[in-house]
Design a protein around this ligand. Structure first.
Ligand code: IPE
Ligand code: IPE
Ligand code: MG
Length: 226
């Protein structure tokens, strides 16, 4: 069985789930964060080495302040609560995206968690926060240009947030929307994409596992003939 090394997920549909349950969008976000814990466990049991989670995009600042504040607060609580577990379970945490726009307290907690888990080898959880792929590519090209490093495929890959991380073999997007929403545009060039109609809070370990099993049957050509 061919297992993917890297799975990326666009965890979409929390807000609609909350409304469907006749509660608030924020209620959906609270449920969504619990699902993350299950999927991390399943990824570990499938021996996946990198799991990237799209958590907040550069475009999500367009949302109402109250929703943004709620997302920041549950994230901060989550990292505070889970840090010891991450250490115990040998999970490495990495953040991609620009953290400068978030409150200092959240930024410090995240950087501290990265530092304390940096040597862990079980799995790397990559949280995309205030992440936008176009911004990432522009910053990378500017950086190469300013340092007169030649602009080629390898040098661009080696200067993205995801340097040293293999491109995802699988992208999953829940929430019945068939788009990428500015996520990992460079890194997903040859990724197998699975659009799932379930909303993120309804996504289960079994759903995840089925996708991983299906992937092992996919013939990947990378432009050639096999
Ligand atoms: C979660 O889903 C993704 C985040 C930006 C946190 P949404 O909040 O986009 O939920 P829907 O798509 O509006 O249902
Ligand atoms: C993508 O979902 C961003 C995250 C899951 C963090 P959105 O809900 O922001 O995407 P659009 O606006 O429907 O494209
Ligand atoms: Mg959405």
């Amino acid at each position: 069985m061919i297992l993917p090394k890297h799975v990326a997920i666009i965890m979409d549909g929390n807000g609609r789930w909350g409304i469907q349950k006749k509660k608030s969008r924020n209620y959906g976000h609270s449920k969504g964060i619990k699902v993350v814990e299950n999927i991390i466990e399943e990824a570990v049991s499938k021996k996946i080495k990198y799991l990237t989670l799209f958590t907040f995009s550069t475009e999500n600042w367009k949302r109402p302040k109250s929703e943004i504040r709620f997302l920041i607060s549950i994230l901060e609580k989550y990292i505070q609560k889970e840090l010891n577990n991450l250490i115990k379970k040998k999970i490495k945490l990495k953040i991609i995206g620009n953290l400068d726009k978030f409150p200092k307290s959240l930024k410090l907690k995240l950087r501290n968690a990265e530092k304390l888990t940096r040597l862990n080898k079980k799995i790397q959880i990559i949280i995309a926060l205030n992440y936008g792929s176009k911004e990432e590519i522009i910053n990378t090209v500017k950086k190469l240009n300013n340092s007169s490093i030649s602009i080629n495929e390898k040098n661009i890959s080696d200067n993205l947030y995801t340097k040293n991380i293999p491109d995802p073999e699988i992208l999953i997007r829940t929430g019945n929307r068939n788009r990428l929403s500015n996520f990992l545009l460079w890194q997903l060039s040859y990724t197998e994409i699975y659009f799932v109609s379930k909303l993120w809070p309804d996504f289960t370990r079994k759903d995840f596992s089925k996708i991983i099993n299906n992937f092992s049957k996919v013939k990947r050509n990378f432009g050639g003939i096999k």
